[in-house]
Design a protein around this ligand. Structure first.
Ligand code: ADP
Ligand code: MG
Length: 350
């Protein structure tokens, strides 16, 4: 049985339906991300789980208890927001112990929990500092400790890394995931950053315009997107217009070239037009057994450091290819015509 069960929840503000009939199940100890563009309804679902909003319809249960209409304080949920929202007049220790103090815990209990939480976020030396004396990353770790101190049964994180610098963001991803695993706490993490969602989560739920597009492991979402929106949102895509030649052989034509061995939709008929899509890492400059080949002209070469992204044209279509930098070999240059190779089963037919 799921630890968090969300059944058919919808939410309208006035006449605007911002969450549409969402079903979500989260297992005990699972880390699930809600991923989608700004305004798609992620925060609204999180706020309904926390109890800050009431669903217009549907129900939410946690550990078998229907919480749909309970007050936030009756749900035993810890929450972290994008803005650190620490109490500016309290020390780090005061912030972390705040929830326990409100709940009436005694001094010794609070002190020992604060010490435990400071060790968990690896900031034992900062107990007596004030929020303004901390970096953004440290403030967010304290916010996490404050949320975890009352030992909530569920942790909700709403874009907690969005306001931080790129390097800190990446190191905090790993740290949050490690803490979540250590505690085994059931966690929902909201983000619009696909790399964050893919790298941290057991499962990712992709949302668009109030609807759930797909729920799956990062591997499933990235490699087997069920909709064109998911395919485009979780990674870069090169797209080609094609015409079905023979669906049983997975064959379609792209301009004057022909590709076979793809998984095309079962109902595809000869003459149907299709949009084919490829990830930059699926395309290669070297040929391997079983590959299909397209002739392409290099338009631009972007040197990104470890990766070189080559932009090409195949007929009217634009493609991107990622290759690793090789300091012993110069990259290809714009204007060259080359062969592009790929395994046909990596082609997404959208
Ligand atoms: P996300 O977190 O994915 O960016 P939100 O859940 O915050 O999206 O918002 C979804 C939509 O609901 C947006 O169009 C937003 O403007 C609207 N919305 C959110 N909260 C309210 C509110 N209290 N009143 C009216 N509209 C709201
Ligand atoms: Mg939001």
């Amino acid at each position: 049985t799921p630890y968090i069960a969300i059944d058919g929840i919808s939410k309208s503000f006035g006449s605007m339906r911002v969450v549409r009939d969402a079903d979500i199940k989260v297992g005990r100890g699972e880390f699930v991300s809600f991923l989608g563009p700004s305004g798609c309804g992620k925060t609204t679902i999180l706020r309904m789980i926390a109890g800050f909003e009431t669903p217009s319809s549907g129900s939410i249960s946690i550990d078998g208890r229907d919480v749909t209409y309970l007050k936030p304080s009756q749900r035993n949920i810890g929450m972290v927001f994008q803005s650190y929202a620490l109490f500016p007049n309290l020390t780090v220790a005061g912030n972390i112990g705040f929830g326990l103090k409100v709940a009436g815990a005694n001094r010794a209990e609070i002190d020992s929990r604060v010490t435990e939480m400071l060790a968990l976020i690896k900031l034992p030396q900062l107990a007596e500092r004030f929020p303004w004396q901390l970096s953004g990353g440290q403030q967010q770790r304290v916010a996490l400790a404050r949320a975890l101190a009352p030992r909530p049964s569920v942790l909700l994180l709403d874009e907690p890394l969005s306001a931080l610098d790129a390097k800190i963001r990446v190191s905090l991803r790993e740290e949050i995931r490690a803490i979540q695993q250590e505690l085994g706490i059931t966690t929902i993490f909201v983000t619009h950053d696909q790399e964050e969602a893919l790298s941290m989560s057991d499962r990712v739920m992709v949302m668009y315009e109030g609807r759930i597009e797909q729920i799956g492991t990062p591997y499933e979402i990235y490699n087997h997107p069920r909709t064109a929106f998911v395919a485009g949102f979780v990674g870069t895509l090169s797209q080609l217009d094609a015409t079905v030649v023979d669906a049983s052989r997975g064959e379609a034509s792209v301009g004057s070239a022909s590709i076979s061995g793809m998984s095309l939709p079962e109902n595809a008929k000869p003459g149907d037009t299709l949009r084919l899509a490829l990830r930059p890492e699926s395309l290669r400059l070297e040929h391997r057994d079983g590959d299909q080949t397209l002739r392409a002209r290099i338009v631009a070469v972007d040197f990104l450091g470890a990766v070189i992204r080559i932009k090409l044209e195949v007929g009217e279509a634009r493609l991107s290819v990622d290759t690793f930098n090789d300091p012993t070999r110069p990259p290809p240059s714009a204007g060259q015509t080359i062969d592009l190779h790929f395994a046909p089963q990596t082609v997404l037919a959208l």
